[in-house]
Design a protein around this ligand. Structure first.
Ligand SMILES: [Ca+2]
Ligand SMILES: [Ca+2]
Length: 219
């Protein structure tokens, strides 16, 4: 059947069937990458010699990989900058790399990032921006995707004797306070408490994240 004939045949199918075809299209669009907005789905169906088979992306042989200079942890790739930028500039730079400033999910992710940052820090101030800010509403911390910080997954600094805690919205360098978050400590005792709010105009290194790529095994 030629393309024209196929199109014409589709025009003649009942409306209910047409809607069903549209449904498939919507399903395909639902595969859009939540991190980057890029379409990452592979075709759900293939037709070979008139036989249509349905591939299951979740069971297809697949090796998760990251680009050069990005590190894999679970299903995400992380990039640790070597240059220093303001928080907003960092956010833009991550976007230009098809990613975003990192959003931290749970203790395992926090530990992975802490260990990496600790190994990269040249001194105690050489911390890394993460994608968390309260610039819209003071004290209301949100990730760059707009989601609120989960109370069960936050890792603010607290000194050993408890007399210093973050966030403190310190106004010593900027009268508007501190609305962006950086992470890092050279001491492993602070593995789960190394987030600090900081003046967003400070120049810091930063962590970008993006989704890993599924590299199909060749058999
Ligand atoms: Ca603040
Ligand atoms: Ca602070």
């Amino acid at each position: 059947m030629s393309d024209m004939a196929e199109e014409s045949a589709y025009d003649n199918v009942p409306r209910k069937t047409r809607r069903s075809k549209n449904k498939v299209c919507r399903h395909m669009r639902a595969q859009t990458d939540a991190l980057t907005g890029a379409t990452v789905s592979t075709p759900m169906t293939t037709t070979t010699h008139g036989t249509t088979t349905t591939a299951s992306p979740s069971t297809a042989p697949c090796k998760l990989v990251c680009d050069t200079d990005w590190e894999l942890q679970e299903k995400r790739c992380f990039h640790f900058s070597t240059n220093k930028l303001t928080w907003n500039q960092s956010r833009e730079d991550c976007k230009s790399k098809s990613g975003r400033l990192v959003k931290i999910f749970g203790k395992k992710n926090q530990k992975f990032l802490f260990d990496k940052v600790k190994s990269l820090m040249e001194d105690g101030e050489d911390k890394f921006w993460i994608g968390l800010t309260d610039s819209a509403v003071e004290g209301q911390w949100r990730w760059t995707d707009g989601s609120l910080l989960n109370s069960s997954s936050q890792f603010w600094f607290k000194s050993t004797n408890g007399d210093k805690t973050e966030p403190n919205n310190w106004k010593g360098t900027n009268p508007e306070g501190e609305d962006c978050v950086r992470m890092g400590k050279k001491d492993s005792a602070f593995e789960m408490k190394c987030w600090f709010d900081k003046d967003c105009n400070t120049l810091q290194k930063y962590i970008c994240e993006k989704k890993s790529t599924c590299e199909k095994h060749r058999t």
